[in-house]
Design a protein around this ligand. Sequence first.
Ligand SMILES: [Zn+2]
Length: 268
Amino acid sequence: MLSYKNIFKILLSFFIVFNTSNLLSTELSEISKLRIINISEGVRVIFESDKPVKYEVFSLKNPSRLVVDLANINFSDDFSLPPNKGVVKNVRFGTFSSDISRIVFDLNKPLKRIKTKLLKPSSGKKRMLHIELETIKDNLYIKKEIQKKSFKKSKSSKKRKTIVIDPGHGGKDPGTSFQGRLNEKDVVLNFSKTLRKKLINEGYRVFLTRENDKFIELKERVEFAKKKGTDLFISIHADASKRETVRGFSVYTLSEKKWIERLKKSQI
Ligand SMILES: [Zn+2]
């Protein structure tokens, strides 16, 4: 979710808005494919759907992004996000309301112009939404970047990535416990402090959700991370097993597949 500060930033960095049609329609269109192809001016993003799609396209600056809002759509079962191509360095789902799905394209160059067109099917049933992104020419862009750099040298520290480390449990919640003598909450706190030192040495900004043996609600941990403008959130736990031979670790990350499933069910 966005903090007020972030929303403000985004509003400030608004660049162009194309409002091609209103987003009020209740009939669901199914998006079966999303492709990115290189064209001489930049890239073309192509959505394939079975019915006309109500959409809104706009771009954001700093960093450069293209945002596509699609109203009342479903993703087909085999839908997947396309690999990065050309100026598109990442494709992801952004924020959603109950009937609007948002897809964000992170770009490695500023945009000069966006052209959109919805093509009627010539053969077959598929409709195509074409979005052409024209980016600023390389030499022009490099010149601008150099100017910017000499302007804002002192601001380079702003680019440091922020990591929030979350030592699990704490206070009344010991986590896993070994005969009441060794508790998970203490192990993970020690580990987190060591990890902080290492990451600070690597040049990151690092914060811990707790510095001592304190109980913190899950919600508060998330709020803390949001407030810090976190790029990466790492929650540290130390699991135990009754079997002595068990070794290794488990890593939980966001599942893109599950995310799409939840999206289809409009849970997000
Ligand atoms: Zn735990």
